[in-house]
Write a protein that binds this ligand. Structure first.
Ligand code: NAD
Ligand code: UD1
Length: 339
């Protein structure tokens, strides 16, 4: 298949591109590089031998997007471009609604105009808000706690309505749980420029020597060790889930919704332990108050993706920690060499 990957130089996008190429799909990457770097494609080439065609374009720019569709006949689009920082979305809601909604609307218009019928969309477990219980399945009640979450909720709504109105459209809404880890080569992974809000990139910065210690937000949750429990999924497993979803779309399935998670929850302390073990050194941490908006525990019921896509995660927490540490140390070495 010829696949357009929006947000393809980003953290998850770059891993999806690698898996697409490995499965012999033709990949075209579109990104405005607002949160990534074009050099990621050199790493993709090192891993796969292929540097995909790249368009530096903003999805808000209708003309630029139209040109990409004019020049290519896509069988499917994997739409991952978007802003994702929860705190920033609370401070700048307009920026988030505009970027995350207009990009999808512009894309849907182009797909309609150029007859592209298959779309995989990056949604998030954030659409479950504070789940009443775990494991959470796809029919759980939806509710969101911040503008970022609402953009995912609204995008799901928009794409569902488009699918309902046009029976020839196929859309997979993938609700990611907590993607962490990196490609085993250490060449691609998540490394934000600013101080990270999320757990794994924060630990990566500590291993790189850029941050001294981590604050564990809350140790009085109703969980076995008192710290928050999440369903961490290796980014390579997550990427493979996109290929499985593309295969599903090829069966003309209409709208489908899948959780992508492992079905297992790990606490913050368990994650810190796994990273410390993989690093061979204790990650320094101290306890801090709970973070506003955090939930004590949630993890996926992944059985629908398992049943309908044949999708099952292969990597466990130790694998995620090993590959994250390898990525951090590879990056640190490359930076030292360039100094
Ligand atoms: P990322 O920031 O690394 O990648 C997103 C990419 O989109 C970036 O390369 C950015 O430059 C690009 N982008 C943003 N706005 C754009 C625009 N208007 N036009 C073109 N490119 C644009 O983030 P990620 O972690 O790879 O996330 C990918 C998708 O998955 C996002 O939609 C995110 O909301 C969703 N998601 C991520 C997580 C997570 O924990 N990482 C969890 C659930 C869902
Ligand atoms: C967060 C977002 C969620 C988003 C997801 C992926 C919030 C409230 N939720 O999820 O909407 O979909 O990222 O982008 O922001 N932790 C620490 N110290 C840290 C960082 C995190 O103890 O410095 C803890 C958190 O309290 C939580 C766990 O680690 O218990 C995981 O946190 P994080 O990686 O931010 O993911 P989520 O909170 O699950």
């Amino acid at each position: 298949m010829k696949v357009l990957v929006t947000g393809g130089t980003g953290y998850i996008g770059s891993h999806v591109v690698v898996e697409l190429i490995k499965q012999n799909h033709e990949c075209v990457v579109l990104d405005n590089l607002s949160n990534s770097n074009e050099s990621v494609l050199d790493s993709v080439k090192k891993i796969t031998g292929i540097r995909p065609t790249f368009y530096k374009a903003d999805m808000l720019d209708k003309a630029a997007l139209g040109k990409v569709f004019e020049q290519n006949k896509f069988d499917a689009v994997i739409h991952m471009a978007g802003f994702k920082a929860v705190g920033e979305s609370v401070e700048k809601p307009l920026l988030y609604y505009r970027n995350n909604l207009d990009s999808t609307l512009n894309l849907a218009l182009c797909m309609k105009k150029y007859g592209c019928k298959n779309l995989v969309f990056s949604s998030s477990a954030t659409v479950y808000g504070k789940p009443e219980s775990s494991p959470v399945n796809e029919s759980a009640k939806l509710s969101c706690a911040n503008p970022y979450g609402w953009t995912k909720f609204m995008n799901e709504r928009i794409l569902s309505d488009i699918c309902n109105a046009d029976k020839s459209m196929n859309v997979a809404l993938l609700r990611y749980f907590n993607p962490i880890g990196a490609h085993e080569s250490g060449l691609i992974g998540e490394n934000p420029n600013d101080i990270p809000n999320n757990l794994a990139p924060y630990l990566i910065k500590i291993i790189m020597g850029e941050l001294p210690k981590i604050n564990v937000f809350g140790n009085d949750y109703d969980t076995p060790d008192g710290t928050g429990v999440r369903d961490y999924i290796h980014v390579v497993d997550l990427a493979k889930g996109h290929i499985a979803a593309l295969n599903k779309l090829a069966t003309n399935c209409g709208l489908v919704i899948y959780n992508l998670g492992t079905g297992k929850g790990y606490s913050v302390l368990e994650v810190i332990d796994a990273f410390s073990h993989a690093w061979g050194k204790q990650i320094p941490y101290s306890f801090a108050p709970r973070r506003a908006g955090d939930v004590d525990l949630y993890f996926a019921d992944p059985s629908k993706a398992n049943r309908e896509l044949g999708f099952k995660c292969e990597y466990n927490l130790d694998d995620m920690a090993r590959d994250s540490v390898n990525f951090a140390l590879t990056l640190k070495k490359a930076r030292q060499k360039n100094q």
